[in-house]
Write a protein that binds this ligand. Sequence first.
Ligand code: PLP
Length: 427
Amino acid sequence: MARSKVEAKTQPEFRSRLKEADPELAGLLKKELARQRGTIELIASENFTSRAVLEAAASVLTNKYAEGYPGARYYGGCEFVDEVETLAIDRCQQLFGAEHVNVQPHSGSTANQAVYFAELAMGDAILAMKLDHGGHLTHGLKVNFSGRFYHVHSYGLDKETGRLDYDDIEEIARERQPQLIVAGASAYPRSIDFARFAGIARSVGARLMVDMAHIAGLVAAGLHPDPVAVSDYVTTTTHKTLAGPRSGVILCKQKFARNVDKAVFPGLQGGPLMHIIAAKAACFKLAGTEEFRQRQKQTVVNAAVLAGRLQEGGIQLVSGGTDNHLMLADLTDIGITGIEAENRLEEVGITVNKNSVPFDPLPPTVTSGVRIGTPAVTTRGFREAEMEEVAAIILAALGQRVTTAEKKRLRRRVNELLAAFPLYPHL
Ligand code: PLP
């Protein structure tokens, strides 16, 4: 079918204005679009958001100041953004079954910061996952606000199984008596038992915060144990498996609502990004559809296929596989570092990120592993057959003595795969 009239009118108009006013910037955006189109995106925390979300994020709502909350703003002219924010809140509440939702955090880090701010006093103790075992910067890295303002205790993965050891976490919690326990990770390939975490938190009188940034899409689709019912606080980004705009959200029990809202505004932020809140509203609506659920299912299937083929090809995976959208390859046995693998794959058109593996002897700038995820390629349309080909290309690229000619051949195979799945054809 021919492009709709609205499309033909609005999109080129928008683009041409940018090109006219700022050709330098427009050129860079064009290059980035070409990069996204021309590479196989396997960064586990990335995705391709929908046109609906892109449109909301690029809307006139970016013009509007709206400090405060719906019905209680510090600026006039908020009648429509009030409705937008209420829509985002209602949809998020419904999607995850949350008692209270704050959609204003600008990012996942800010959402975590707001919960700490709401729940803790300076110097209080938190117990969270070690960064080099899969935790996030905001879970207590020394140079991060979390490591500077709070007393951080951490838990890691079992050396043998590469999995969380809940008995060990319970023991550390009993010993350290943290005020807040943080569950959730940036690089953990297995399902997390949030109910068990809740039991541990209860037993030591701590609150539980689950950071579900990576798995929010899977949770929304019912493919991962639900953290919302069993936790005091749940934070998430909206741009990973959830496929929304780059941003954050806090879900909590009603009794914490006031403190959370105060911590976000005026505690940490001024005016909310209303265009991004609108994009979040669109994202939550889409995440409630059957199409989204099917895509999340396919994301998990694709990860399992890729994991299986990589293992057959001699690559070790931390914990021996994956239950979710990502895997962590330990490259020690094939004699290549994380940074080398990242660069080698980039040369053939595949994007991943180097990542420490548990008990990694190498520094974070080098690492022994790479993290590989399937949300973006699944959104692009890849299924089992494409994942088999991706695995074959990865194995060939990471093999010893890969020649320049071989890399060129691999790049061509990447191009052939991508050609069948056009990205943002309207742009
Ligand atoms: N929490 C987890 C588990 C993450 O993986 C990330 C981002 O990678 C964040 C929080 C922070 O999100 P943002 O980059 O939006 O601050």
